[in-house]
Design a protein around this ligand. Structure first.
Ligand code: HSE
Length: 418
């Protein structure tokens, strides 16, 4: 068996992560990994590395038999997919940080890994410096993994921290996240939850063997959060976080979504500030465990890429154990969520579609309610994210069954709505 393979790397991309990796590789000579060539898009840009390292010809890397590892850290998902597929087909191992590309093409990439027998590692694609993929893959048995709750996007967590703890406005906080290299080049991907749901799709595969495409997962970002929401949170001593959650239900299926959520002051996720990410895993016998670390930025992301490169020396591959060696879990529908909704005009909120309403506050110009709504209602309709309506899940939001329609009617009567 081949052990401690010599690694010769072809790198695609020399942005925040690529340059970080270049520096990190220089500081880790014991890895015995040689960076042979870097493929970039723009040859005119000044780079902090010797000019002879660079090329704009991707074939020079993909067809070089001496290069046995392709590291791909570009942010064009289509180009990244073409590069990664060609590299695997050409017999090279691949390390990628392109979460959008990986999440959108996972079924095809699973097939390619099986066909080529090559390794595709992507620890940097979710929670950057936190080794969460390998942990979920290797450590947790399917039956025992009760739930995972996580903050997986550094930029939105940075923005929420700066807005609600330091009083910055949304735009200022976003500009800072961009300047610090946390945000995607299209920040809509962060702010509107796309980046988080892409990461969640990948983590669901490694945690539960669920292979949902991101657009089939219920998600939203932080774009609709209103100042009142934070005020209400403070009154309850709760913060607002963009939380990715997966929770095993009694029927064995997994409720999975990415939505803003109120978190209690003593929740592990409440301690996750700025660009940090956090993952709380609850499993049988061990109870809760918490992983915490930087989820964005040059060196934290490069550190995960480096760790994947290092794992290639001993031919590490994801086995996708939960998918291939267990019966994969199914994503649940048919459950309910307790939500807080703030809005300008009740006419825009279909209150009759709630199972019941528990709180109703209509004194101020901006109004809010707390109620229970079916997951399917949120999946199929958009009223809750349109017309300046803001939806934030309550702490502990999943309700598996609601008792009777009578209860619903009664509570609407109590609220003076019917
Ligand atoms: N834009 C991403 C984030 C970068 O803010 O989390 C790391 O994946």
């Amino acid at each position: 068996m081949e052990t401690h393979k010599e690694l010769t790397i072809g790198l695609f991309g020399f942005g925040v992560v690529g340059e970080g990796l270049y520096k990190v590789l220089q500081q880790t000579p014991s890895l015995k990994a040689t960076l042979k060539k870097v493929c970039i898009k723009n040859a005119d840009k000044k780079r902090n590395a010797p000019a002879e390292l660079f090329t704009t010809d991707r074939e020079a890397l993909l067809n070089d038999p001496a290069i046995n590892v392709i590291v791909e850290v570009i942010d064009d998902a289509d180009a990244a997919y073409a590069i990664v597929s060609r590299a695997l087909e050409n017999g090279k191992d691949v390390v990628s940080a392109s979460k959008k590309m990986l999440a959108e093409h996972l079924p095809a990439l699973l097939a390619l890994q099986a066909k080529t027998g090559r390794s595709l590692l992507y620890e940097a694609a979710a929670c950057a410096s936190i080794p969460v993929i390998r942990n979920l893959e290797e450590y947790y048995d399917n039956d025992l993994l009760h739930s995972i709750r996580a903050i997986v996007n550094g930029s939105t967590n940075y923005i929420l921290t700066k807005m609600f703890e330091e009083g910055l406005d949304f735009k200022q906080a976003l500009v800072q996240a961009q300047q610090l290299g946390f945000a995607e080049s299209n920040p809509k991907l962060d702010v509107e939850g796309f980046d988080a749901v892409n990461k969640w799709a990948l983590l669901l595969t490694h945690a539960y063997g669920i292979t949902e495409s991101p657009e089939n997962i219920l998600f939203n970002g932080i774009q609709n959060i209103h100042a009142l929401d934070a005020v209400v949170g403070r009154e309850k001593n709760q913060a607002i976080k963009l939380v990715a959650q997966a929770q095993k239900l009694k029927n064995g299926k997994v409720a999975a979504f990415v939505l803003p959520q109120f978190v209690k002051a003593d929740d592990h996720l409440a301690f996750v500030k700025n660009e940090y990410n956090g993952v709380e895993i609850e499993s049988g016998f061990s109870d809760k465990q918490f992983f915490y670390g930087k989820g964005a930025g040059s060196f934290p992301t490069a550190s995960a890429v480096l760790s994947d490169i290092s794992a290639l020396r001993y031919q590490y591959k994801y086995e996708y154990k939960k998918l291939y060696h267990h019966i994969p879990q199914e994503a649940a529908a048919g459950y309910y969520l307790r939500v807080y909704i703030s809005f300008d005009d009740i006419a825009l909120v279909p209150k009759e579609r709630f199972e019941w309403i528990e709180e109703w506050h209509a004194q101020q110009e901006r109004k809010y309610l707390v109620g229970v709504v079916a997951y399917d209602e949120l999946r199929k309709h958009n009223w809750w994210r349109e017309n300046n309506t803001s939806l934030v899940l309550t702490a502990d939001p999943v309700i598996e069954e609601v008792e009777t329609r009578k209860l619903k009617k009664k509570s609407l009567e109590l609220a003076g709505i019917l």
